[in-house]
Design a protein around this ligand. Structure first.
Ligand code: NAP
Length: 182
C-alpha cells in the first residue's frame, strides 16, 4: 500500500519503519506538511492539539482511508465527539482509530514476543479491512472495539488508564484473548 504518515516522530517514524519492513511504500511528513495525493491510506500521528494545524499544511487529502493515532493532553474541542471525528472532518474518508493504546518505545520488541501483542481499534466499516491489515503488518493482533462512535472516544478516554499503568510498569504490551486462546 501507499501510506502517508503525518507526523514522523516516535509513532509516525516507528510505524513507517515497521510498514516498510512489511513491504509498504511509506512517506512521512513533519510539521512543515507536504503532499499526500499519492496515498491510499493516511495515518495521523501528530500531537492531538495540533491536528487542525498539521492537516491544513498537507495537500492532496481527498477522502483516503485514514487511521487516527493521536492522543490529547490538553483540553479537548467538544465540537467533535472524538479526535478521529475531527480528523475525518478534514480528510473525509473512511476513518479508524488505532495505535493510540500501544507504546512506540516498544515497537522494536514486537517481533520478539511469544504471541502478537493486541492493538485495540475502532473503525468505520469501510476502513476496517485496511486498518486490520496495517495492524497485523506492524506485528500486532487487531482487536475491534466497534464503529468510530462510540469506539474512538472510548479509546481516547482510556489514555488515562494507559498512562497510569505505564507510570507503574513502564511501556507495556497487552493481550486480549477469549477463554482457551491463551
Ligand atoms: N509515543 C507514544 O508511545 C504514543 C503512543 C500512542 C499515541 N501517541 C500519540 O501519537 C501522536 C504522536 O506522538 P509521538 O510520540 O510520535 O510524538 P513526537 O515524537 O513528538 O512526534 C510528533 C510529530 O508531529 C509532527 N507535527 C506536525 N505538526 C505539528 C505541530 N503543529 N506541532 C508539533 N508537532 C507537529 C512533528 O513534526 P516535526 O517532525 O517536524 O517535529 C513530529 O513529526 C500524539 O498524538 C501522541 O499522543 C503516542
Amino acid at each position: 500500500m501507499n501510506i502517508t504518515v503525518i507526523g514522523r516522530g516516535r509513532v509516525g517514524g516507528g510505524l513507517a519503519q515497521l510498514w516498510e519492513e512489511a513491504g509498504h511504500q511509506v512517506d512521512t511528513l513533519g510539521r512543515e506538511g507536504g503532499d499526500a495525493s499519492d496515498a491510499e491510506v493516511v495515518v495521523v500521528a501528530v500531537p492531538g492539539h495540533t491536528i487542525a494545524d498539521a492537516l491544513q499544511r498537507v495537500s492532496g487529502l481527498h477522502g483516503q482511508v485514514t487511521i487516527d493515532a493521536t492522543n490529547l493532553y490538553t483540553a479537548r474541542d467538544e465540537t467533535f465527539p472524538s479526535l478521529a471525528h475531527q480528523v475525518k472532518s478534514l480528510i473525509g474518508g473512511p476513518t479508524a482509530r488505532s495505535f493510540s493504546t500501544v507504546f512506540a518505545a516498544a515497537y522494536h520488541q514486537i517481533s520478539s514476543q511469544r504471541v502478537a501483542p493486541s492493538n485495540l481499534y475502532a473503525a468505520e466499516p469501510a476502513a476496517k479491512e485496511v486498518t486490520e491489515q496495517l495492524i497485523r503488518d506492524a506485528g500486532f493482533d487487531p482487536v475491534y472495539v466497534g464503529d468510530l462512535a462510540p469506539g474512538a472516544r472510548l479509546l481516547e478516554d482510556s489514555s488515562g488508564l494507559t498512562r497510569a499503568l505505564a507510570a507503574q510498569i513502564g511501556p507495556f504490551f497487552y493481550r486480549y484473548a477469549v477463554p482457551g486462546e491463551l
